[in-house]
Design a protein around this ligand. Structure first.
Ligand SMILES: [Zn+2]
Ligand SMILES: [Zn+2]
Length: 502
């Protein structure tokens, strides 16, 4: 096996160990002293080198899971459903608390989607200080780790999607990407991703410093206080707006890593697992158009159509109107459409490849006029546009009657076919081409526009195929300059053959 070493003399950069969510750093200052981008000297073959030269921890089994679990995360993720069940048995649900819990779900959820994700992970817009404090506090209420920890993992997810350097790689399965990656100790350090820009942000430093206090206040304290002081439902505020709401916010975000890489379509690119689906958008406050998002991560939108569900985009737009947000980034529509067109062409190409097509002039035998005449006495052969067709299977099917075909056997019926007797439909022309059995020697007609069946005048051709077609038809004056228009090149090829045969 060849030893692949880093392409530069410097060793691979030290990767910051992924810390478990919710674990306050031992020394806050340590996490904010890396103002130099951590990936500044990254070797060109970093992914390959790292995967080959670092060993993941052994798989989690029934024998070792006890020591491999991240107990802090296990506790947090199981305590919310336990409190929910406890609440359901002991506290009746008040409608005010119920609606407040939904509102608080959106408030803390937006802290993650509009704040942690679109603002800080992807810098898709600029936020004023008040909006940043609002999002940092709201995000703390979603209890998903500090902004810096979260964004570091998310940037690695985008950079190393579907590789083992992606902290929640979808290739490990739905459960792993949803929460498995959090409840066990990480099997591998996630790939390097720079967050030095976040280290300089005073709001992020503030959130990091008071993270523990903030999560206690924002996740449980504030909702309990609002429901308690507001309408006397202290217990409901704690259980439903606090714990139950938190459980929903957790799984809502987790769905962006699991469901959004599993369910739906790939309208922009199918290279990786991210997908677009309305259901995912519904359960993630609009983060469900994930195929678009992975293609255009710095776009403040996830959904680009007005009717698609993306409350996070609407929230950012409202903030802009209020003067709280600015510089909303949106990829040029022209570039977005290119992605869509590529995927549409791919589908059409598949349809094209699944159909049977007529033989091309290069694949057919060249037959002399004498041979054509002689063979026409044995089977019904008709010459149209330089191609010789065996119409025996069609004699009784011909809508104009058998006699019209019979009288053209052994003759050139080009004029009769193209309007002399009846101007045949595109479908008739396509079907006729399927009956080709030869090319007439010296017959110039098969190079004409009429020789190309309508179904082949516009075709999807890959750039590599198009290049070879162009070079083989270099003598042609008519080759098309449009990738889609194969007809010109095909006609060119026919001409070439004609010249060779002359
Ligand atoms: Zn993703
Ligand atoms: Zn993202």
């Amino acid at each position: 096996m060849t030893d692949i070493r880093p392409s530069r003399k410097t060793p691979p950069p030290e990767i910051i160990a992924i810390t478990p969510p919710l674990t306050p750093p031992s020394k806050t200052s340590d996490l904010f002293e890396d103002n130099i981008p951590v990936d500044i000297d990254i070797p060109d073959n970093y992914v390959d080198y790292t995967l080959r030269n670092t060993k993941p921890l052994p798989p989690v089994t029934w024998q070792n899971f006890w020591t491999e679990l991240n107990w802090l995360n296990v506790t947090i993720l199981s305590i919310t459903p336990i409190l929910t069940i406890w609440g359901l048995f002991t506290v009746s649900v008040q409608y005010k608390t119920f609606f407040f819990a939904i509102l608080y779900y959106f408030f803390t959820g937006l802290g993650i989607t509009a704040g942690y994700h679109r603002l800080w992970s992807h810098r898709s817009y600029n936020a004023s200080k008040p909006l940043q404090y609002f999002l940092a506090a709201a995000g703390a209420g979603a209890v998903q780790g500090s902004i810096k920890w979260w964004c570091r993992g998310h940037r690695a997810h985008h950079r190393y999607t579907d590789t083992d350097l992606d902290p929640y790689g979808a290739h490990h399965g739905l459960f792993w990407s949803h929460m498995g990656w959090m409840i066990v100790k990480p099997r591998r350090k996630p790939g390097v991703a720079d967050v030095s820009d976040l280290s300089k942000n005073s709001v992020i430093r503030w959130q990091h410093k008071y993270y523990l206090q903030l999560i206690l206040i924002m996740a449980l304290g504030l909702p309990t206080l609002i429901a308690g002081l507001g309408w006397g439902d202290w217990k409901g505020g704690f259980f439903y707006a606090g714990a139950t709401r938190l459980m929903f916010v957790h799984h809502s975000t987790f769905c962006v890593n699991s469901l959004a890489h599993y369910l739906g379509e790939t309208p922009f690119d199918d290279k990786h697992t991210p997908r677009d689906h309305f259901i995912t958008a519904l359960v993630t406050i609009g983060e469900g158009y994930h195929n678009f998002h992975h293609q255009f991560p710095m776009d403040y939108r996830n959904a680009i159509r007005w009717y698609q569900y993306d409350p996070t985009k609407w929230f950012i737009t409202v903030c802009q109107k209020l003067g709280l947000a600015s510089h909303l980034k949106a990829f040029p529509d022209n570039e977005v459409k290119k992605g869509q067109l590529t995927m549409e062409l791919k589908k059409l190409r598949q349809t094209q490849d699944d159909l049977r097509w007529p033989s091309d002039s290069n694949d057919l035998p060249v037959i002399s006029w004498e041979s054509f005449q002689e063979q026409s006495t044995k089977r019904p052969l008709v010459l149209i546009s330089g191609f010789i067709h065996d119409v025996s299977s069609f004699m009784d099917e011909h809508p104009g009657g058998r006699h019209l075909l019979a009288k053209n056997i052994g003759k050139d019926a080009t004029t009769a076919f193209f309007g002399g007797v009846y101007d045949h439909s595109n479908a008739a022309h396509n079907l006729l081409a399927m009956m080709r059995v030869g090319v007439l020697h010296g017959g110039a007609e098969h190079a004409s526009e009429k020789a190309i069946p309508p179904s082949q005048k516009l075709r999807i051709v890959r750039a590599t195929e198009f290049a070879s077609t162009c070079s083989s038809s270099a003598m042609s004056e008519t080759e098309g300059d449009n990738l889609l228009n194969y007809a010109g090149a095909a006609a060119g090829e026919s001409k070439l053959k004609e010249r060779r045969s002359n």
